[in-house]
Design a protein around this ligand. Structure first.
Ligand code: KG4
Ligand code: ZN
Length: 351
């Protein structure tokens, strides 16, 4: 008889969020994340402190996820874990824990590429309201293959063509920094707390996005570059503060709105070019920066402009979370694509 349930416990610990999710096939039963506040006072993630906090958080987070899902360890069919890319110490905590659990329960370990997880988060299903029991519904309708995904996070900026659940082709990517870094660095220059992306987004909502303009960096082909944009933003602020020491305070919302708009324009220029060149009709966005309200709005506007369909993830699945690791592992589970217990974390890992 066909097994009706496939329970997977997934762990994500690649950066500064410790997350555990329980999935039944494509449906998320729980997705519990402990965010690390400790990095705020340093203005960025301190790797050593991140791994120590993962060590502290991992058992409570796993226990909470199991409890919330009402699933016991004995119900599980596999353990999913982010193998990379990410911070070595952070990945080690999650991977060591996942290996021990897999060994203790005698069930397979499934390694997941974090960036594949961000993309496949679009296929996550959520339970209908409790009254309807375990019946699952689509969180939203999902993109159809082949689709294009703009993956924008604190560590990556990529344009990926997805032809099947586990078939990815990078069509363009940043040659230096990620767009998330361009948000976070600018926020730091403006004296805003870490992580800066959400703060810039919030302030930008009340600002004039046409007030300041920034130069475009020329990058050949479909690639991106954000390093020069970060530096020119620093000079822009320094020059203006020299002329008026209250420049930041007097213009904060307009600076945020204009700078955010510049980054969105840079991101969408290549997206439009690739959509035209490839004829792909479904566009998705993923990764922490896909939580940006300006980007979300302007991506949806492409539907009318280009006659395409766009897919925007739920906020919960934009930033790092274990549900996206669980859904990716589920597709690997269906292919019996299991990992050896001798695997080690990969700080760098291509798609
Ligand atoms: O995917 P993610 O949680 O972690 C990585 O894998 O890097 O992405 C984190 C990045 C940070 O740079 C953060 O500032 C950015 O996503 N971010 C945002 C927003 N929310 C998170 N950037 C712009 N607007 C937002 N609302
Ligand atoms: Zn991420």
């Amino acid at each position: 008889m066909q097994n009706l349930n496939t329970y997977i416990l997934a762990i994500e610990s690649s950066c500064d969020d410790t997350s555990c999710a329980i999935l039944n096939k494509e449906a998320v039963l729980s997705n519990v994340t402990a965010n690390q506040k400790i990095h705020e006072k340093y203005g960025g993630v301190v790797p050593e402190l991140a791994s120590r906090d993962h060590q502290k958080n991992i058992i409570p987070v796993v226990e909470a996820a199991l409890k919330k899902a009402n699933v016991s360890l004995q119900d599980l069919q596999a353990i999913a874990i982010t193998r990379g890319p990410g911070l070595m110490g952070s990945l080690l905590v999650g991977l060591s824990f996942a290996k021990s659990l897999s060994l203790a329960l005698g069930i397979p370990l499934i390694e997941v590429n974090h960036m594949q997880g961000h993309i496949l988060a679009h296929f996550i299903k959520e339970p209908r309201d409790k009254a309807e029991g375990t019946e699952m519904k689509q969180k939203t309708d999902h993109p159809l293959f082949p689709f294009l995904c703009l993956t924008a996070s604190g560590g990556h900026t990529q344009l990926v063509k997805i032809t099947d659940y586990l078939s990815f082709e990078v069509l363009g990517e940043t040659i230096d920094d990620a767009v998330g870094e361009a948000f976070d660095k600018a926020a730091k220059i403006l004296g805003l707390p870490y992580p800066g992306g959400p703060m810039i987004d919030k302030l930008a909502k009340e600002g004039d996005k046409t007030k300041f303009t920034f130069a475009h960096t020329k990058v050949p082909g479909r690639d991106y570059s954000f390093s020069g944009i970060k530096t020119s933003f620093l000079y822009f602020v320094q020059n203006n503060v020299q002329k008026n020491e209250n420049f930041i305070a007097e213009n904060l919302k307009d600076i945020c709105a204009s700078y955010q708009q510049h980054l969105i324009q840079v991101l969408l220029k290549n997206v439009k070019q690739v959509l035209k060149e490839t004829g792909i009709k479904h566009l998705a966005i993923a990764g922490g920066v896909s939580a940006n309200s300006g980007l979300r709005k302007q991506v949806v506007e492409l539907e009318d402009e280009l006659g395409i369909k766009t897919f925007i993830p739920k906020f919960e699945y934009c930033t790092d979370n274990a549900a996206m690791i669980g859904i990716t592992a589920y597709y690997k589970f269906l292919r019996n694509d299991f990992s050896n217990l001798g695997i080690t974390p990969m700080a760098r890992m291509s798609l």
